[in-house]
Ligand binder design. Sequence first.
Ligand SMILES: CC(C)(COP(=O)(O)OP(=O)(O)OC[C@H]1O[C@@H](n2cnc3c(N)ncnc32)[C@H](O)[C@@H]1OP(=O)(O)O)[C@@H](O)C(=O)NCCC(=O)NCCS
Length: 177
Amino acid sequence: MLTGKLVRLRAFEPSDAEALYRWNADPEVGRWMINDYPESLAQLTKRLGEDRPRNTYDKLILCVETLADRTPIGAIALTDADPENGRAELDVYIGEASHRNGGYGTDAIRVLCRYGFDQMRLHGISLWVVPDNHPARHVYQKLGFVEEGRERERFRRDGKWHDLIVMSLLEGELVED
Ligand SMILES: CC(C)(COP(=O)(O)OP(=O)(O)OC[C@H]1O[C@@H](n2cnc3c(N)ncnc32)[C@H](O)[C@@H]1OP(=O)(O)O)[C@@H](O)C(=O)NCCC(=O)NCCS
């Protein structure tokens, strides 16, 4: 069910710690995302180890891996799912620079949205994107996400304020390929 044309989505394993650590350090990944304070490889390894909580309805965080050779290339999440209103929030990144712009992000988002609507019975999926993040906006629009509004000067990066655009995709609006 969590398999697309290019990717498979699966739970993170302790063995993904090194890749995740590398992705977190890539300025292209962090540029337009809300980042936590830096985490050491040791802390990350512990976090992905025995104590890692299971994925749940309201916190589903998955590793994106290539279908062809099972290489971990990024992360995707549906969080804060609210059963009364059938809403959740989507976050995504392709951490392996060599795999960006290869269709993997589009495929991963399509797979997770399909899962959200078909399996989790969501009614809508929301996300926030910085106006200057043109590749991400292009991908979201291509998949059917609609811009709903803008929070002014909501995001601070490199000493400057940026707006955040709110986008959402309702049940039945996902553009299949
Ligand atoms: C956004 C992101 C997840 C997309 O994943 P990806 O695998 O690189 O995307 P895809 O290869 O599926 O699609 C990229 C699309 O953007 C287009 N694109 C690339 N650069 C672009 C630009 N500067 N302006 C507009 N479109 C652009 C590509 O042509 C392609 O569209 P097409 O398939 O219609 O030709 C990935 O770039 C990423 O991880 N970025 C850094 C983290 C991030 O910004 N995450 C989102 C935060 S809201």
